[in-house]
Design a protein around this ligand. Sequence first.
Ligand code: UDP
Ligand code: MG
Length: 338
Amino acid sequence: HGLAPQPMQNEHPITAEATAGRRERPVVALVVPCYNEEEMLPVSAPQLLALLDGMVAEGIASADSFILCVDDGSRDGTWELIGRLHSEDHRLKGITLAHNRGQQSAMLAGLMTVRPMADAAITIDADLQDSPQAVVEMVRLYRLGYDIVYGVRASRSSDSFYKRASARAFYKLQNALGLETIYDHSEFRLMGRRALDILEEYPERNLFIRGIMTSIGLKWTTVTYDRCARAAGETKYSFGKLLSLSVDGITSFTAKPMRLIFGLGLVLLLLDIVISAWVLISHFGGNAMSGWASLMLSIWFLGSIILIALGIIGEYVGKIFTEVKRRPRYNIAESLMD
Ligand code: UDP
Ligand code: MG
C-alpha cells in the first residue's frame, strides 16, 4: 500500500532500548483542527472513531484513545456539531477557540490540551485527505520507539496545478534559505509525549510547527501515503492565508534574507568601481553632459553604501530576532538521573 517507512539521512536506527518504557497500548489522541467544517465532520467523525476501534481491537492502542476536535473559531455550526458528536460518543472531545487563529494555532492548542492525557498525538485534517491507514502505521512505528513520524504524501495528483507549483516553489525557497523541512510533508504527523514536551518549551508567538519539529531532533521516520481529494466542503486556505503561512514559515526561522541585503550591497559596490571608471572616461573624453558624471558617481556609491549599512543593521536585527524567540538552546531526549 505504499506505507512502508522510508529511510532518510538523519534517521536514527531504532534499538531495543528505545522501545523499553514505551507502552504496549499507548493512549493515542487524534488532534483535528476544524474551521467551518460542518459539511465534513459528520463524515469524518465516524471514520476516525472507527479508526480508533480498529487500533484498540488490533491491540496497538489503549481503549482510552480519543479524538480532540479543535474548532478554530468557525462561523458555521461546527462547534454545535462537535457538541452533538461528543454527546453521542465521549471519546470525541472538543475545544473551541474564541476566534479564528489559523490551523497552526488551532493545532498547537489541541496538542497542548492533549499533552497531559496522551502518550502520542497525531494531527490530522478534518477533511480526511490524510489517510487513516497511515495513522495505524504511525502508531506501529511509535511503538517501535520513534518519537516523531512524518506523513509524506506519495503524489500530488489530487492538487490543482496552481497548488502543486506553489508548494514546490515554497519548498525550494525554504531550502535555499537554510530551513530544514521534510519534502511533501504538511501537518499530518505523530508526536510522542517527549516531542510534545519539547514543543511546549518553544514560547514564540509566530508558529510554524513543522519547522520546529525538524529542529528539535529526536528519533523520527516517515510514512508515505496517497493524499486523496477533499470529500466535502471547500479548502479553508485562501490564497492570502497560504501566502502568509509561507512568509511566516520563512521569517520565523531564518534571518538570511537580511544577509542577502548585505551581499547585494557588496556586489553593487564592486559594480560601482566598473561604472565609475566608465563615467570618468566618458567625462574626461568630453562626451558627457555637465552634471551627469557627478550624479552617476554619487548615486552608485551612495546606493551601495546604503545597502551595506542596511545589511549591517540587519545582522543586529537578526541577533535580536533569535534572542527574543527564547527558544531552548538544547533539548534533552533522555536522562538516567535516578
Ligand atoms: N483549518 C483551521 N483553521 C483555518 C484554516 C484551516 O483549523 O484557519 C483546518 C481545516 O478545518 C482543516 C485543516 O486545517 O482541518 C486543513 O485545511 P484545508 O483542508 O482547508 O487545507 P488544504 O487541505 O486545502 O490545504
Ligand atoms: Mg484539506
